[in-house]
Each structure stands twice: as structure tokens, then as C-alpha cells.
Design a protein around this ligand. Structure first.
Ligand code: ADP
Ligand code: ZN
Ligand code: ZN
Length: 691
């Protein structure tokens, strides 16, 4: 009999924690069950049984498991092994993976085992749901779209690729009807009795898509994302453990953690999206890559779909690691939009432009509005004005907690009356009123430079007073209902002009959009990141793809200060391969991914002296092991956030280095430094394959 349980606890400490099982619980305990245990100065903490055994730990006091919270495991063995893989690969603790994986409600101490069995518990509600679903008829074949010849060919090619590759990349231009191909593949998988995971980069995309999928798959479809309540998420989890789980899960990155018993297909839509990578907190995992691993282990097929592949995936396809299928015509053979480059430098020189709108753009917008067509304006910057400064002394308002200047917002969602001007830190949320005079020199004139989406919205409303203008950015989509309302109004033709950030570049399918304005290519191109051009190409091509999807050809105006940049010609020509070739030359020359693997090491501390010292010591230690592969330490673009000073060390590792060994050495260096008296209040964490 097993007398001890190694328990996974939601803490950043490495490994599992051993507890003894009292005689009453020992025969009932199973791997994957939740347990309640005492931990630290907490009386109880909810954990997961990771391993059962009968080896008494030596030289150590062992506390007892207090309670088993489940009759049956809520985490399957293959999930636990995935958690361990994520912890090893992304250099975090398995407890942090547990924390990210389980819905909040299941991490609380809610026993479904003994004490509360009569009440409605996740287990019983899952059973009720399951009973419901037994009454659900099969896939409604009549609602399956008839594929065009090009789509059918792509579908056949995907199958052919899967015969020899587990992962296939579908490179299909915008509005080529990739979703309809996914729908066919899903129906096939269901017919084989398999489950499907459909991963999306973010929830903005889900409502339009789930409606489309729901029309075909009805109750077989479950949705899982962070704007759902904990209870809803816990219900989906429990249902996946029940005898009749959802056949399809549509979800954002955390849905890779759901239990699947017969996974047959994973679709990663918009596979190039950066959102698949979790930035904060740990685990800093890439859900696309985790999904590929998970599918490979389950012997399931993977389809990566996008109009603008990530260079990494395209490289894998070109090297023969992934299959590659192209779909280069739009559904209904509508032409791809015509893209015109607008040279802002020239317009300024000739004094033909004042604000952010070129005469060409205004004219095209006017024509579209007159024809009752819709317009999308894209600017990669939220708020009213990105810079505020004193005209006399140059004073700039800065966040007291972070090393960044504050962004002016005119319509803070915090003020019911709207138009009060507030300044906000985009890193920590610190907000303050704009002072009436400069706190430095008393000068009453504070200058607002530049444009954010709020100011664009305001200016456009003044130029086209009859047009109905809406804005879609982080500030207007804080709730699910808010963004659904925005999309609904736009789809219903109740909005003429939609102004927005990256959000408007993503997957939206509206038939009446004829003009797209890219207000400033330069804000994207000038990002301090070796992926800036790749990203810019993706964003510009994607937002262009929102135009003219159904009837006549759409028109895109691309405003820039760098009109002769080859990258922009590549966007205009829709020449992904030219972009790929050019970027890969640079990546190879400077040894960037995919020609190396990168690991960023971040160090944080309340005091700058300590963080400096730590960065120096750690980089010296690492140089002794990894030599030239170590770069830095340096200051990241924002070197203090929420009162913590930040330093960064970068590692560029050749792909052939043994990963486990490297990661072991990194963990050891970290643990060693954190154990010293000088640095025990510092944070050191890793970002593997940073994006
Ligand atoms: P993509 O995801 O490739 O950008 P979508 O899947 O959104 O393209 O398809 C674009 C539009 O064309 C959608 O409105 C879709 O309903 C329509 N469409 C695509 N394929 C078909 C088809 N086979 N039958 C009917 N409509 C289709
Ligand atoms: Zn001043
Ligand atoms: Zn701040």
C-alpha cells in the first residue's frame, strides 16, 4: 500500500512535496486527485497528487494529507507528464504549471468527495451536462459548406501531407476560406470518434468563429477562455472528464491544459500570433508549441493555419519537418486588395498633410461612406496622445513606479462622464490627472504630441460628422459584452468606421469593408526587436485582408515615412516568400532564431545596486560555462516596472546543444544565487523562446 503522496502545490519552488497518507485515506488515494495539505504557515493548501509511493523521506518531518478532495482524478497521467515537460522546458516549477492549468475554482478547497456530496458539485453538474449531450444528434451534414475546387484540393493535400508529417502548415491567403476547411477536418475527426482542439490566439476572435462552428456542430462544441467565469471553466474541465465530453474545444492558450482522452486533431488558427506565448507570469509557454507536442504524444494530427506564417513555422515547413499546403485564391475568387503606399514624408514636405490623415485616405474614406461601405483604420497605439511635455522646460510626466512616460487618455473608462483627461502608465496602470500647469516651471502650456486611437476616433468624428465611428482597443473591450457589442454593431452595419489597434487586424470577417487605412507603418517597423519586420508584414497583410472580402476588390492605404522600404513593397505585392528570404538572410547572419534558440534571463530587485550586482555575477558565472553564447546584461526597453529594477541576460544557443543539460545548469546557477544573503530577495526567471 502507498503510504506517501508527492503533491504538486501552486508555488514557485521546484519539485513536489511529500506527505504521508493516514490509514483511512491511503487505500483511496490516486494520482491526479486533488488533496488538501498543510503548507508553510498556511493551514491548508490545495494540491494535486503527482506520485504515490512507500519510501519514507529521510531526515525530514513529514506532514499528513488532510483530505482527498476528489473521488476520481481530475488530472490525467498524460496531463501530468505534459506539466512536467512544460516545467522542464520553460524552466519553471511544476507548481506554476499547475497554477496556470487548473481553473481557479478547482484550486480552492472545494471537496466533492465526502462532505458536500449531496449538493450540486462540479461532478454532478458535469453528469447533468453529459446526460444532456446524449440527446444531441450527430453533426448536421447539411450545414457543412460545399468547398470550392481550390479548397477541396487544399483539403486533399493536407491529408496527403499528414501521411508523412504529423504537423501541416496551411498557408492560405486572407479570406481563402481556411475556416471552412477546418470545419471539414473537424467533422471527419468526429466521425472517427476523435476529439478536436481548436486553438485561437485570443477571445476577440472567438465570438464570430464560435457562431460559425456552432451552426455546424451545435452542442458538441465547448468554448474555453479567460473571460469565462471560473465556474464555467471548471464545468468544461469536469465535462471533459465525464463519459461524454465535448468533441470540440475552441479556446485560447490555456485550453491546452484541458483533459482530452481521445484527441485526434489540433488546429492552431492564426499560428503566427504572438499571443500564443504567455509572457507573465510563469509558465511562459507557447501554446502553439505545447499543442504540437501534446498532439504528437497523442498521435494526433496538427494543422497550423495562417495567411502570414511565422518565420519559425515556415522554416520548419521548408526544411521538411512540417508538411506545407498553399491556398492562394480567395473564396469566390475575389481579388486581394489593392495596396497603395502613401509617402508621409513627401506630403509633409509639400505641406499637404497636417494631422494623421493623408488626402488620399480621406478621399477614399469619403467614397466608401458615400457608397455605404465600411472603413477600418488601424493604429498600433492606444490612448489619446502617447507623449505629453512642457513646451518651456521639456518636463515629461513619468510613472512613479516604472521607467516610462505616461500616455494621455481622454476617455477613461473609469469616469462615467467621459472626457476627463487622465494620464496612464501602460505597464502598471498608474493613473493621474493631467496637471493644469507644469509642476516644474509653472508654465500652463502642456503639449500633447502624437496620436493614439482615441484621438483618431475624435478627429475622424469631426471630419465626418455624419459617420458612425467606433473604437476597438484594450480600453473599449475590457468586458466580453463590450467587445461583442462592438463586433455586432459593425457586422450589422451600425458602425461606418472602426478605429482600432492590433485587435482589428485579427481574423475579422465582415463583408462590407471596402477601405482599410494603416495610419502609421512606422510605429510597427521601429520596434526594438529583431522580429519587428516579420511582425509588421504580418499585421499589415492581416489588416489589409479585412478589406473587400466578398464582393468587389478592397482598397488599402498604407501611410509611412519610409516609403521606399523593400518590406513595404513585399506587403503591397503580397509576396510572403520575398519577405521570408530577406528576413532569413538577416537571421542567419546575426544568428537569430530559427538559427539559434534564445533564452532570456530576467533579474528583478527593489534596489538598483543589487540588481546590477546580481546581473554581473550571474553573467560571469554563465560566461564561464557558455562563453560567447552569453550576451549582456543589459537593460530591457523598460528597465523598471512596478518599482522593481530589471536587468536581462540573453543566451543564444545553437539548436544542437543538449537542452536538458543546459537547462539544468541554468537552474543551478539561479538557485545558487538566490540562496545567498545578498540576493535572497531578488527574482530571477527565464523566458525560453521569447517572443
Ligand atoms: P480565412 O479564414 O481564410 O480568412 P474565411 O474562412 O473567413 O477565410 O472565409 C472567408 C469568407 O468566405 C467567409 O465569410 C466564409 O463564410 C466564406 N466562405 C469560405 N468558403 C466557403 C464555402 N466553401 N462556401 C460558402 N462560403 C464560404
Ligand atoms: Zn515646464
Ligand atoms: Zn507604471
Amino acid at each position: 500500500m502507498n503510504l506517501f503522496a508527492d503533491v504538486i502545490l501552486p508555488v514557485p519552488l521546484q519539485g513536489m512535496f511529500t506527505y504521508s497518507l493516514p490509514p483511512a485515506l491511503a487505500p483511496l488515494a490516486q494520482v491526479g486527485q486533488r488533496v488538501s495539505v498543510p503548507f508553510g504557515n498556511k493551514k491548508t493548501q490545495t494540491g494535486i497528487v503527482g506520485r504515490l509511493h512507500d519510501q519514507k523521506p529521510e531526515n525530514m518531518e513529514v506532514k499528513e494529507v488532510l483530505e482527498l478532495l476528489d473521488e476520481r482524478p481530475v488530472v490525467l497521467p498524460r496531463q501530468l507528464s505534459l506539466w512536467q515537460w512544460i516545467a522542464d522546458y520553460y524552466l519553471c516549477s511544476i507548481g506554476e504549471v499547475f497554477k496556470a492549468a487548473l481553473p481557479g475554482k478547482m484550486k480552492q478547497k472545494t471537496s466533492v468527495c465526502r462532505t458536500r456530496r449531496q449538493k450540486s458539485t462540479p461532478a454532478t453538474s458535469a453528469a447533468a451536462l453529459a446526460a444532456d449531450s446524449l440527446a444531441v444528434p450527430g453533426v448536421d451534414e447539411t450545414s457543412l459548406p460545399v468547398l470550392s475546387p481550390a479548397q477541396s484540393e487544399a483539403l486533399a493535400n493536407i491529408h496527403e501531407q499528414w501521411a508523412s508529417h504529423s504537423v501541416c502548415l496551411l498557408h492560405g491567403v486572407t479570406s481563402s476560406g481556411k475556416t471552412e476547411i477546418y470545419i471539414h477536418l473537424i467533422a471527419e475527426a468526429i466521425a472517427r470518434g476523435q476529439q478536436v482542439l481548436y486553438l485561437l490566439p485570443e477571445i476577440v476572435l472567438t465570438s464570430q468563429l464560435t457562431e460559425r462552428l456552432q451552426a455546424v456542430f451545435g452542442q458538441r462544441l465547448g468554448v474555453y477562455h479567460s473571460k469565462f467565469t471560473d465556474v464555467q471553466r471548471a464545468d468544461v474541465w469536469q465535462r471533459q472528464l465525464s463519459p461524454s465530453p465535448f468533441d470540440i474545444i475552441v479556446g485560447v492558450r490555456s485550453s491546452v491544459f484541458l483533459p482530452f482522452s481521445k484527441l485526434g486533431l489540433v488546429i492552431v488558427d492564426e499560428e503566427h500570433e504572438v499571443n500564443f506565448k504567455q509572457q507573465e507570469p510563469a509558465p511562459r509557454y507557447n501554446a502553439r508549441n505545447v499543442a504540437i507536442l501534446m498532439a504528437t504524444r497523442a498521435k494526433a494530427h496538427v494543422l497550423l493555419g495562417t495567411a502570414t506564417p511565422s518565420l519559425d513555422s515556415y522554416y520548419n515547413a521548408r526544411m521538411g519537418k512540417y508538411g506545407l499546403v498553399r491556398l492562394s485564391e480567395r473564396y469566390g475568387k475575389v481579388q486581394l486588395p489593392e495596396i497603395e503606399i502613401v509617402d508621409l514624408k513627401e506630403l509633409r514636405r509639400k505641406r499637404l498633410i497636417q494631422g494623421p490623415f493623408s488626402p488620399q485616405l480621406l478621399e477614399k474614406m469619403r467614397q466608401a461612406l458615400d457608397a455605404h461601405e465600411q472603413v477600418i483604420l488601424f493604429l498600433n497605439r492606444r490612448g489619446y496622445a502617447p507623449h505629453v511635455s512642457c513646451k518651456v522646460c521639456g518636463w515629461v510626466p513619468r510613472c512613479p513606479h516604472c521607467d516610462v512616460s505616461l500616455t494621455l487618455h481622454s476617455r477613461s473608462q473609469d469616469t462615467p462622464t467621459g472626457y476627463r483627461k487622465l494620464m496612464t502608465c501602460h505597464y502598471c496602470g498608474y493613473t493621474t490627472e493631467i496637471p493644469s500647469r507644469c509642476p516644474n516651471c509653472e508654465n500652463p502650456e502642456l503639449h500633447q504630441h502624437g496620436f493614439g486611437t482615441e484621438r483618431i476616433e475624435e478627429d475622424i468624428a469631426a471630419i465626418f460628422p455624419e459617420a458612425r465611428v467606433a473604437r476597438m482597443d484594450l480600453d473599449t473591450t475590457r468586458t466580453r459584452t463590450a467587445y461583442e457589442q462592438l463586433l455586432h454593431d459593425f457586422a450589422a452595419g451600425q458602425t461606418d468606421i472602426l478605429v482600432g489597434t492590433q485587435m482589428v487586424t485579427k481574423g475579422l470577417d465582415f463583408e462590407n469593408v471596402s477601405v482599410v487605412g494603416i495610419l502609421s507603418a512606422d510605429t510597427m517597423l521601429n520596434q526594438p526587436d529583431f522580429r519587428a519586420y516579420e511582425r509588421s508584414f504580418q499585421m499589415m497583410s492581416q489588416v489589409s485582408g479585412r478589406a473587400g472580402r466578398r464582393h468587389q476588390r478592397g482598397y488599402v492605404l498604407l501611410q509611412t515615412m519610409e516609403a521606399s522600404l523593400p518590406l513595404l513593397q513585399q506587403v503591397v505585392a503580397g509576396d510572403y516568400d520575398a519577405m521570408y528570404q530577406e528576413q532569413m538572410l538577416e537571421r542567419r547572419q546575426f544568428a537569430y532564431p530559427p538559427f539559434c534558440r534564445m533564452v532570456f534571463i530576467y533579474m528583478k530587485h527593489r534596489r538598483s545596486r543589487e540588481v546590477e550586482g546580481l546581473a554581473r555575477e550571474l553573467s560571469e558565472q554563465l560566461r564561464a560555462i557558455f562563453g560567447q553564447r552569453v550576451l549582456g546584461p543589459d537593460e530591457p526597453p523598460v528597465a523598471r516596472v512596478q518599482s522593481l529594477f530589471i536587468r536581462r541576460i540573453m543566451l543564444k544557443l545553437e539548436p544542437s546543444l543538449p537542452l536538458a543539460k543546459v537547462h539544468g545548469l541554468l537552474q543551478k546557477a539561479r538557485t545558487g544565487l538566490l540562496a545567498t544573503k545578498t540576493y535572497n530577495s531578488a527574482q530571477i526567471f527565464f523566458d525560453v523562446d521569447p517572443l
